[in-house]
Design a protein. Sequence first.
Length: 223
Amino acid sequence: MQEARRASSIFPAGKLVSHEAPDFVLHAKTGSIGIEVTELCREVPRAEAGRLARIPDKAKERYGRFPDAQPLDVSLAFSRGAGHLRADKLIDSLVRFVYAHRREKRPDFTTNELPAGFCHIGIHAPLSSGGNWHAPRGFDTVAAPRALIESRIAEKNLRLPQYRAHVSEVWLLIVNDQFLGPGEVYARPEDLAEWRFAFDFERVLLFSREPGGGGQVIELRRV
């Protein structure tokens, strides 16, 4: 919220305080403005990436319980089919594979050797005493479809009566991170300039947030 204020003069001067329903209240000279904040992303791939991101640490912890489980550095990458497999199955097959090959120290096993759900596994001598198991986070970025923005506005619009109980007007701030990783979308300014949206908020803003802070705040137009 503070980064959005620094990025745009659309927010009036005043004390900003954390709140609950809405997320913030800005005490300006003209009155109290409630600001509800929501994120713009593809929730399914983001949640899937979060589930897979926990697997290396869990597998390492389980591997450590095996007899003669020497410390190792393990690099891995998930295949496209990993999302259809249960996490416990992925963890179990990874642990058993690494344990079976723990003395080989090969940087890249061939694809036909790998268990289901993986397109790369490398086993290396540890660079630190405990070893490190890690997987890179692969992702793609797509242009934000209008329907995705509409759904975020509609969901929050239903809660507007609750927000109005505390403030004189309510704004919605949609944060579009440009460094989110899996599930990332990009709301193109040229699209936002053409589109109109239905809402009852006094203002709906989209903050295209850049790495390190800063970015652009765009006011969305009402139908």
